[in-house]
Design a protein around this ligand. Structure first.
Ligand SMILES: Cc1cc2nc3c(=O)[nH]c(=O)nc-3n(C[C@H](O)[C@H](O)[C@H](O)COP(=O)(O)O)c2cc1C
Length: 367
């Protein structure tokens, strides 16, 4: 009898452990997101920090195997040489600069977002190596692309991505962030995410605040107050006038009441709270009081918050909404537009070039 019981227990245990392995496999593959980036001078890293303050994702940084190289030295000679080698033999693995070994496998993810710099109107060589090596593991995955350049358009980078990842499902249009829009990356990323099917679930917990034409996303705290607020915003955006107070917030009447769950709270810069059930406070500093948390403004530093919230002013028009305008770049339109543009060797757009060496459609042109 004892032996039969032991046998039954062993069978039960092995059956449970097989099931839990199966569960782990299923959950690890159901909608997880990986952000893969390369950054030489730090801009793509900042974009990734902004992106991951808005969505749940694992992050993988690609590093060149050879450290300390100056890709921009001697008129960008090394960067150009690496790209030319790839261009000459794009199917040959030895054309691609070596990268450090990568342990995270893209096959464990359903969604992959690639964040890459533009080099000479093409995808930075280091990221091309990663996609050449690991692209096959992304077949059938949903892939998004964010490109950072000084000013050049990104159609060449989109072409490289399509060549290196022929079997993926693109999430939507690529997002272009250049030197003049880099400071507005939180809004650009939030707007771009809204256009993507995969992020819809993740962005349901967002609202937007617009002040003087600038829009920032807010991650909402899940509670009865935000549930009621979202229901209001589903009917229409809400506009109100707020005023600076105490050197730490702008605040004022919402024009209606929300259900409260007040708690003694030390609000921090970026926090959005409900005060006395019918007032909203947006913090650029800190204060302790009994509030109901509504959420947090995404991705702004304390000084960026002061500027965005117009700290110190007394009549600040603020609009709350569930959607923000769309600014993502359409690959086809972008392609046509920037194929005809000239850029200087520093990547600056040249309006009416007359004499000198320029880049057009990714090629050097002497006028
Ligand atoms: C080798 C090299 C070539 C570049 N070529 C261009 C270019 O043709 N056009 C442009 O607008 N920016 C160009 N840039 C600038 C980068 O695209 C831009 O600074 C980007 O934000 C860098 O991202 P990172 O800071 O993450 O490396 C180049 C940079 C390097 C290093």
């Amino acid at each position: 009898m004892r032996q039969i019981l032991l046998l039954l227990t062993a069978m039960l245990l092995s059956c449970c452990s097989a099931n839990s392995e199966l569960m782990a496999e299923v959950t690890s593959d159901s909608g997880k997101t990986l952000v893969v980036y390369y950054s030489y001078t730090g801009n793509c890293r900042e974009i990734v920090n902004t992106l991951t303050s808005q969505i749940q994702a694992d992050v993988l940084e690609i590093q060149p195997a050879e450290k300390g190289l100056k890709y921009e030295a001697n008129g960008y000679a090394l960067g150009t040489e690496l790209l030319n080698a790839i261009k000459a033999h794009p199917s040959d693995a030895s054309s691609y600069p070596a990268i450090d070994p990568v342990t995270t496998s893209p096959s464990n993810y359903q969604n992959i977002i690639i964040v890459t710099p533009l080099w000479w109107s093409q995808m930075a060589a280091i990221m091309q190596t990663y996609l050449f090596n690991y692209g096959p593991q992304m077949a059938g995955k949903h892939v998004g692309l964010i490109v950072s350049s000084h000013s050049s358009g990104i159609s060449g980078v989109i072409r490289d991505a399509e060549r290196l990842l022929p079997d993926v499902t693109w999430m939507g249009d690529a997002l272009w962030i250049n030197a003049s829009s880099h400071a507005r990356r939180a809004t650009l990323v939030a707007d771009w995410l809204e256009t993507l099917e995969f992020a819809k679930e993740q962005t349901l917990n967002k609202m937007h605040i617009t002040i003087d034409g600038q829009t920032q996303s807010v991650t909402l705290t899940p509670n009865v107050a935000t549930k009621a607020l979202v229901e209001k915003l589903q009917q229409s955006p809400i506009t109100m006038t707020l005023a600076s107070s105490g050197g730490f917030e702008i605040w004022g009447a919402l024009g209606f009441s929300l259900p409260t769950s007040n708690q003694q709270t030390t609000a921090q810069p970026g926090d959005v709270v409900l005060y006395n059930g019918s007032n909203i406070c947006l913090f650029y500093g800190s204060n302790s009081w009994s509030y109901t948390r509504l959420g947090k403004i995404d991705g702004l530093t304390e000084s960026e918050l002061r500027t965005f919230l117009k700290a110190g002013e007394s009549h600040i028009n603020v609009t709350l909404s569930l959607t923000a305008g769309t600014t993502a770049i359409d690959g086809q339109t972008q392609r046509k537009a920037d194929e005809e543009k000239y850029y200087t060797l520093n990547g600056q757009h040249a309006d009416n070039p007359t004499k000198g060496v320029f880049i057009m459609n990714g090629k050097k042109v002497i006028l």
